[in-house]
Design a protein around this ligand. Structure first.
Ligand code: TTP
Ligand code: CA
Ligand code: CA
Length: 628
């Protein structure tokens, strides 16, 4: 459910930038013969010409729509060029488009806080840039206003639509405008310049919305496509919302929007103005009620996050109609493919960006031969993510089995899977340097607590709670456990009490024990089991590896965490989640980066000399997908 965040009283300038027919543009850049020609990108599946996933604007002029298949598009537009999406492992490979998106982000992020919101869109907070411009070179003082800015559509100007560039020029330069509108005018010029740069440097066009909050900017960006921008002055907001169908708002596309229409007769967002906040709260609860009351007034306090990289990684595949998967072995085969891709992507995120994903989630859609409960959803399941393709494959399969068991209510029924997806979320940066790792882990020491269990929010792996299936070290059975997500991590009171008493009365030594508990959680893949025999083999192989430069990067630690032999026992899953020093297997420490070795040896044997003789290769390298 949406939650209203308090909106800052300070004026802001927020832009939402969305690429035009993105995959088509990427293909047109790869093959310039396609430029200016009706083009669409189709799924690899060739049934009826493949499903269209992106349609160029020339093709749209002929009536081609994304909902069509290739054959239908050919009927509507015989000259259309259908480009097949690249394929890898029997499914679409989107890497080409992802990196094209990154090129654009690199440019857009130069003017302020930038949040990558999807493969082809970002939010920008241009408040500071606009303030500087207003101080140093306000629009009225410019020798000339950039042409692209003059082509902007300013809502509410000249009775709803622009009369022309002269009106826009006047609006941009009006001396008696309020401060918010003056900033918005500067934002309009900044976004226009950024869009020109994007075109020059990447050959891609994009469209943008510019407003004083994210919600309004997002609503405005598709209003004039392709290759145009729309500005929302505060005075235009009531008219904009009065005519905006509720279903056009992302959060109102589902049941909430239907209830507003059916139960309250609310058809546009502006219709909500008729209801008091209290009334909306009575009907939909405190949070949603307040949120509805605010969006009716165009109020939205969401901040632009400073994030150029995706929040999560996911890959999935659908198996429609007769292609549904009906055996565990066929599910396993596809799950292995999906996990292989996911593993490659998180590994490259780790290598390139020093980011670690902490949660693995499995989503599926399924049907079963059960007349009584045909609509029951396949529950999404999550667990702590262990790096390494085979580990991810193994865990994903366990998640699937756990989900299937719930889905079937442990009955022996026939079933079929129509879509499968795996995701890696809860991605965090790894700070450089051991000291900061220590600090980082100390701050993040709240972890998966087996005693704190609940059901998942279906389809919302990145939100407040998620179901995790947790492998019990001994029984290999699965438990369901609620993992608090970053923003709302709350320390388990018992753990907290234990930590506080440790640091208060027992001094540094015990405080370190707490920290180790958390580091070890990373090493051991959270609550997962460790298989001693496997670890030993892997450790031996490591020792045979050529010695490599050991960097202080924690990537080595984190990517290795699932495989290190820590002699973890049942106590490791104890409530307080604190390891004893004895539980650290010294043979593991040899494989770690030097700085980490020093630190851990300091805990184990404060005065022992550090043995750096057999460090082996970096663990990140060792566990790269190529190695078995
Ligand atoms: P969109 O931004 O929704 O669409 P678009 O960029 O193709 O067109 P527009 O100019 O209207 O913004 O999606 C971005 C890309 O994501 C799109 O080019 C292809 C891909 N995509 C899918 O693969 N499947 C989908 O269902 C959607 C909506 C998009
Ligand atoms: Ca787009
Ligand atoms: Ca988009």
């Amino acid at each position: 459910m949406p939650v209203a965040r308090p909106e800052s009283q300070d004026p802001r300038v927020i832009a939402h930038v969305d690429m035009d027919c993105f995959y088509v543009q990427v293909e047109q850049r790869r093959n310039p013969d396609l430029r200016g020609v009706p083009t669409a990108v189709v799924q690899y599946n060739s049934w009826k010409g493949g499903g269209l996933i992106a349609v160029g604007y020339e093709a749209r002029n002929f009536g081609v729509k994304r909902s069509m298949r290739g054959d239908e598009a050919k009927r509507v537009c015989p000259d259309i060029q259908l480009v097949q999406v690249p394929v890898a492992r029997g499914k679409a490979d989107l890497n080409l488009y992802r990196s094209a998106g990154s090129e654009v982000v690199a440019i857009l992020s130069t003017k302020g806080k930038c949040e990558r919101a999807s493969i082809d869109e970002v939010y920008l907070d241009l408040t500071d840039a606009a303030k500087s411009m207003l101080l140093e070179s306000p629009p009225a003082m410019l020798d000339s206003i950039p042409e692209e800015a003059l082509k902007s559509h300013v809502l509410g100007l000249s009775s709803g639509e622009n009369k022309g560039e002269d009106d826009v020029r006047k609006w941009l330069c009006q001396p008696d405008a309020d401060y918010q509108d003056k900033l918005l005018a500067c934002g309009t010029i900044i976004v226009a310049e950024l869009r020109v740069r994007v075109l020059q440097e990447t050959k891609f066009t994009c469209s943008a919305g510019i407003a004083h909050n994210k919600m309004l900017a997002k609503l405005a960006s598709p209003m004039h496509k392709p290759a145009q921008q729309t500005v929302v002055p505060a005075t235009s907001v009531p008219d904009l919302l009065a005519s905006l169908p509720v279903k056009k708002m992302k959060q109102l596309g589902g049941k909430l929007g239907t209830s507003l229409q059916d139960d309250l007769g609310v058809n546009t967002v502006g219709d909500l103005l008729k209801f008091s906040e209290q009334k909306l709260q009575d009907l939909y609860g405190t949070n949603t009620g307040t949120w509805l009351w605010k969006i009716a007034r165009g109020i939205n306090g969401d901040e632009v996050e400073d994030r150029l990289l995706p929040k999560s990684h996911g890959c999935g595949k659908t198996f429609p109609g007769p292609m549904a998967l009906k055996t565990t072995s066929s599910v396993k085969q596809w799950l292995n493919q999906l996990c292989e891709e996911l593993s490659e992507r998180i590994q490259s995120d780790l290598d390139q960006n020093k980011r670690i994903a902490q949660t693995l989630t499995l989503h599926a859609r399924a049907f079963k031969e059960d007349e009584l409960d045909p609509l029951k959803k396949f529950p999404s399941k999550s667990c702590p993510l262990r790096y390494g393709t085979s580990k991810i494959q193994e865990d994903a399969m366990h998640l699937f089995e756990s989900g299937l068991s719930d889905f079937l209510n442990s009955k022996n029924l026939g079933w079929g899977i129509t879509s499968l997806a795996v995701g890696a979320s809860k991605i965090v940066d790894i700070p450089n340097g051991t000291t900061s790792i220590l600090k980082y882990l100390t701050e993040k020491r709240t972890s998966c607590n087996p005693s704190d269990c609940s059901d998942a929010l279906p389809g919302e792996p990145d939100h407040a709670t998620s179901l995790i299936s947790q492998k019990d070290a001994d029984t290999k059975s699965y438990k369901e456990c609620k993992v608090p997500f970053e923003s709302e991590v709350e320390e388990n009171p018992k753990t907290k009490a234990s930590r506080e008493s440790a640091s208060d009365s027992k001094g540094l030594f015990d405080r370190d024990a707490n920290v180790k508990g958390t580091i070890l959680r990373y090493f051991s893949g959270g609550c997962s089991s460790n298989q001693r025999s496997t670890s030993e083999v892997e450790t031996n192989q490591l020792e045979e590896e050529e010695e490599e430069k050991i960097s202080s990067s924690t990537a080595n630690i984190t990517s290795s965490h699932p495989n290190l032999n820590l002699n973890q026992n049942k106590n490791a899953l104890s409530e307080n989640w604190i390891y004893n020093i004895e539980e650290i297997d010294p043979s593991v420490v040899d494989e770690l980066p030097l700085e980490i070795q020093r630190e851990i040896r300091g805990w184990i044997h404060p005065s022992k000399r550090i043995n750096t003789a057999k460090r082996g290769s970096t663990i990140a390298h060792y566990f790269s997908p190529a190695r078995k």
